[in-house]
Design a protein around this ligand. Structure first.
Ligand SMILES: C[S@@+](CC[C@H](N)C(=O)[O-])C[C@H]1O[C@@H](n2cnc3c(N)ncnc32)[C@H](O)[C@@H]1O
Length: 276
């Protein structure tokens, strides 16, 4: 995320650094729950939390993450850096976490889904996710969702195929994880990384390509998998959107777009929606 070529994190950081005040103005007026799906390290969210606290808004922050490590870490940094913020970390899958919060309190929800995580679903899964999100909220609740925008294809390709080869290692790490956690015997040197961007569909699609014919065993599954030379393993989707597509996604899932917050290059938006 810190690579020179990987612009999305920096763009969203800039949005939150410069425009958290606008978010605060939108939700000011009553008590609310700020709920973050897949909070990770919460680095960018802290910018918003600082702004909300500066304005003495009455809210509680609920970071939800499936990773215990992420929840422990964010809890620790919030306690140290923002002791004035009332929060409760929830280790859970997105919608289970959301449901458990809504069971406890019925205040207005402002849900964050940042970092263009939504682009990692395929098109059907995006729509399913948004319908489910709508279903989990009450009329008038908000969602703020990060969307990476369509831009010059080379800028996008560079972000997913960096010069240092970090993205390649990130994908090969899937094989190392399978070796470690599922007793597989992948030889990572026998796979190459390949990524492509389709400006029509907006999809970055990444693959590992088997450089030779080979068999791989996965103990956990008690199965052997054969790979032909040049056979591909699809490892990631990362969809890019235009503003019309973002509006249609909102409208098709029962939301209206209230505001789009752009970075200065217009590479990325945090789109604020309200449930109708
Ligand atoms: C790429 S990180 C992004 C973190 C942060 N939102 C940001 O923008 O920097 C995605 C986070 O979502 C969490 N996550 C992924 N799938 C999840 C799920 N189904 N339920 C809950 N958390 C999930 C991961 O553990 C990870 O911390």
């Amino acid at each position: 995320m810190q690579l020179d070529e990987y612009y999305p994190t920096r763009c969203e950081y800039e949005i939150l650094a410069k425009q958290s005040g606008e978010v605060a103005e939108l939700i000011a007026g009553g008590e609310f729950n700020l709920i973050e799906l897949g909070a990770g390290n919460g680095e960018k969210t802290k910018l918003l939390l600082r702004e909300l606290s500066k304005r003495h808004l009455s809210y509680k922050y609920f970071p939800i993450d499936i990773s215990r490590e992420a929840i422990n870490k964010i809890s620790q940094t919030l306690t140290e850096e923002l002791p004035e913020v009332s929060f409760e970390g929830i280790k859970a899958e997105y919608f289970r976490g959301l449901k458990s919060i809504r069971k406890k309190t019925n205040k207005t929800s402002f849900v964050l889904f940042l970092g263009s995580n939504i682009g990692n679903f395929n098109k059907t899964a995006i729509q399913d996710f948004l319908l489910r999100l709508n279903d989990s909220l009450e009329q008038g609740d908000y969602a703020m969702i990060g969307f990476d925008l369509k831009k010059k294809p080379q800028t996008i390709i560079d972000a997913y195929d960096d010069a240092k080869g970090v993205t390649k290692e990130f994908h090969l790490n899937l094989l190392h994880r399978m070796n470690k956690e599922l007793g597989a015997n992948f030889d990572a040197s026998k796979f190459e990384y390949y990524t492509t961007y389709n400006p029509r569909t907006g999809a970055v699609e990444s693959f590992l390509i088997s450089v030779e014919q080979q068999d791989v065993e996965i103990d956990f599954l008690q199965k052997t998998f054969h790979f032909d030379e040049n056979e591909s393993v699809h490892t990631e989707f990362s969809y890019k959107f235009n503003l019309r597509e973002v509006r249609e996604l909102a409208e098709n899932s029962g939301f209206k777009v209230c505001q789009n917050l752009f970075d200065s290059k217009h590479f990325f938006i945090d789109s604020i929606w309200q449930k109708l």
